[in-house]
Design a protein around this ligand. Structure first.
Ligand code: NAD
Ligand code: TYD
Length: 339
């Protein structure tokens, strides 16, 4: 069996850990080296299903550490890269942007340079639909929509995304870029809309709705995203961008009311708060390219996947209680108790 030695970065976060657990449950031909800094968002508990597998290695470290990155490429004969590592939360990027540009832009550049030196065969850059900016009430983002990011987070992701594509154009590095819409599912850090609303509702705490609650996001279950990422990694054409989305647009208030009704909680918990500065109004993805060219289709029905997600948070209280009682508490207090 020929194996692929893959450097996966950010594999202790929400999407990366779901990706590694999913991949290693079905593939022996992938050897994964997971490089993660274990920031507030990284959690090795997420990777319990993969621990101990002989084709899985964890390294605690920073993608901006040039020497470490070089050492790992050499030591593990890395020929493939999947770059999930990022600072990922828009609200945090508004509070302070520096670490976003450092990790997301410089970190990606360091990985790209190493990939070039070691002549990697595929570099998958996990980007986001937020690079396109905001839509009005109609229209969809296609891969040809001009990049127009609005937040420090999305501008840092846009810079990384374009840096990756520039390495294809300039050096012929076989880069592929995915731009996915908002994910939800197990193991998502409870600062993002869906897990935050679930755990607040479980605890009968207020649910902070920014602005009028009518901003729209296009939701996809994390496993559907990861299946698409695997497909693009295996079959995506170098230099190409693939949008990923499940065509499930919802306003924030619709999501919140759905969560409350599934948990049997009343709408008196809803609490309208000051809007996020520069809040993008609507995201919506046209994913016909990946569907038509690579044969991808989302498999999970929104209702079922939301039930899975809510049930996961109900069953894994210890996981999120540890998070909100510890490292997350200070940020949580600053962000939400003062609104
Ligand atoms: P996350 O915040 O849950 O996880 C990020 C991970 O990266 C953490 O484990 C963290 O420790 C690690 N990390 C951060 N800085 C690092 C550094 N300097 N070196 C090494 N590791 C570092 O994020 P997520 O939601 O899992 O998102 C993963 C990727 O997917 C990101 O690139 C994000 O931009 C992209 N994305 C996310 C969504 C979404 O809805 N969450 C949608 C589209 C794209
Ligand atoms: P978020 O999960 O932060 O993802 P993103 O901003 O990257 O799309 O937020 C999703 C939507 O939910 C966004 O419109 C902001 C809104 N939101 C709230 O109304 N209240 C909250 O407490 C949070 C975290 C988000």
């Amino acid at each position: 069996m020929t194996t692929k030695n893959i450097l996966v970065t950010g594999g202790a976060g929400f999407i990366g850990s779901n990706f590694i657990n999913y991949i290693l449950s079905r593939r022996d031909d992938y050897v994964i080296v997971n490089l993660d800094k274990l920031t507030y968002a990284g959690n090795l508990e997420n990777l319990k299903p993969s621990e101990g597998k002989k084709n899985y290695h964890f390294v605690k470290g920073d993608i901006t550490n040039n020497e470490l990155v070089d050492y790992l490429f050499k030591k593990h004969s890395i020929k493939y890269v999947i770059n999930f590592a990022a600072e990922s939360h828009v609200d945090r990027s508004i509070l302070g942007s520096e670490i976003f540009y450092k990790t997301n832009v410089l970190g990606t550049a360091i990985l790209l340079e190493a990939a070039r030196r070691y002549e990697v065969e595929k570099f998958l850059q996990i980007s986001t639909d937020e690079v396109y900016g905001s839509l009005g009430s109609t229209g969809l983002f296609t891969e040809l929509t001009p990049i127009s990011p609005n937040s420090p987070y999305s501008s840092s992701k846009a810079a990384a995304d374009l840096a990756a594509l520039s390495f294809y154009h300039t050096y012929g590095l076989p880069v592929v870029v995915t731009r996915c819409s908002n994910n939800y599912g197990p193991l998502q850090f409870p600062e993002k809309l869906i897990p935050l609303m679930i755990i607040n509702a479980i605890g009968n705490k207020k649910l902070p709705v920014y602005g009028d609650g009518l901003n729209v996001r296009d939701w996809i279950y994390v496993i559907d995203h990861n299946k698409a990422a695997e497909l693009v990694f295996d079959k995506g054409l170098p230099g190409e961008v693939y949008n990923i989305g499940a065509s499930r647009e919802m306003t924030n208030i619709e999501i919140i009311k759905l969560i409350l009704s599934k948990l049997g909680k009343g709408e008196e918990l809803i609490h309208y708060v000051k809007d996020r500065p520069g809040h993008d109004r609507r995201y919506a993805i046209d994913s016909s390219k990946i569907r038509n060219q690579l044969g991808w289709l989302p498999e999970f029905k929104f209702e079922d996947a939301m039930n899975n997600t809510i049930n996961w948070y109900l069953a894994n209280r210890i996981w999120w209680e540890r998070i909100i009682s510890g490292v997350y508490q200070k940020y949580y207090n600053e962000q939400y108790n003062n609104r």
